[in-house]
Design a binder for this molecule. Structure first.
Ligand code: NDP
Length: 249
């Protein structure tokens, strides 16, 4: 274990599965104390039990990141508890479909979760970081923040937005000594495709991008990339990291 994260209080959104869950394990093993959030309380509880047994200090904040008032209330609670040193802004959803299908509810869900949720989380902790003149915000965008593909118009739009917000925030946060990193994963083997309700697209994505025999990324690969960004000396800001499986174009 290195000493970089010892005593740091880290909030991970979307910690109930996939990249968030693996990141919680990795950062716990590096000595951080954790605030874990997501909607599925049972999943958070079993992860917390596992980490607490290993000596990690964990608190749970089951919250829907798209609910502005709940996120503001959570921000207030975190402030009362002394604030957050590092935010892993990871919660997201990907109900892909062609735009012609007009699945407006799904578009709104992606915008509310992937853009507004990311902003609400930043707003909950960034003013405190700016005041204390230290902090690190890691936003999880995607390779889809750089390239688009059919059926991913809205998803890509949300991830382009996260990348743009991250880069602007990084420039603004320099004077507060707050670091900002945008992590851009390619295909990672997680539950993310389960959010695709469009049957044909769901099948196509499972087969072509997440097929059983394909050596796509594991959540732990992204957790390692997050740790790499976090473990740099204070004068180093890893602004962006694009991580693809070797087989992905
Ligand atoms: P998972 O589906 O495994 O994890 C998504 C996490 O987000 C879950 O913990 C889920 O928890 C949480 N979440 C979703 N909606 C909400 C909400 N409204 N409020 C609170 N939490 C929410 O997928 P991944 O681990 O793959 O996804 C993590 C991030 O990585 C996402 O932002 C995704 O876009 C991004 N990404 C993933 C890639 C991949 O190939 N897997 C590639 C590129 C980027 P719960 O349902 O309990 O609320």
């Amino acid at each position: 274990m290195s000493t970089t994260l010892k005593g740091k209080r880290i909030w991970i959104t979307g910690a109930s599965s996939g990249i968030g869950e693996a990141t919680a394990r990795k950062l716990a093993s590096e000595g951080a104390s954790l605030v874990l959030s997501a909607r599925r309380k049972d999943r958070l509880e079993s992860l917390a039990q596992e980490l607490q047994k290993q000596g990690t200090q964990v608190s749970l904040e089951p919250v829907d990141v798209s609910k502005r008032q709940d996120m503001e209330a959570l921000g207030e609670r975190l402030k009362q508890q002394g604030g957050i040193d590092i935010l892993i802004n990871n919660a997201g959803t990907m109900p892909l479909s062609p735009i012609v299908n007009g699945r407006v509810d799904e578009w709104e869900k992606m915008i509310d979760t992937n853009i507004k949720g990311v902003l609400y989380a930043i707003n909950a902790v960034y003013p405190g970081m700016a005041e204390r003149k230290r902090g690190h915000i890691i936003n999880i965008s995607s390779v889809a923040a750089r390239v688009t593909f059919p059926s991913a118009g809205v998803y890509s739009g949300t991830k382009f937005a996260v990348r743009a917000i991250s880069d602007t925030l990084r420039k603004e946060a320099i004077r507060f000594n707050v670091r900002v990193t945008d992590i851009q994963p390619g295909s990672v083997d997680t539950e993310l495709p389960d959010s695709i309700q469009h049957e044909k697209i769901h099948q196509a994505v499972k087969t072509n991008m997440y097929g059983e025999d394909m050596a796509i990324l594991k959540s732990e690969d992204i957790a390692n990339a997050i740790y790499y960004a976090l473990s740099q000396p204070e004068h180093v800001d890893i602004s962006e990291l694009l991580i693809r499986p070797t087989i992905q174009e």
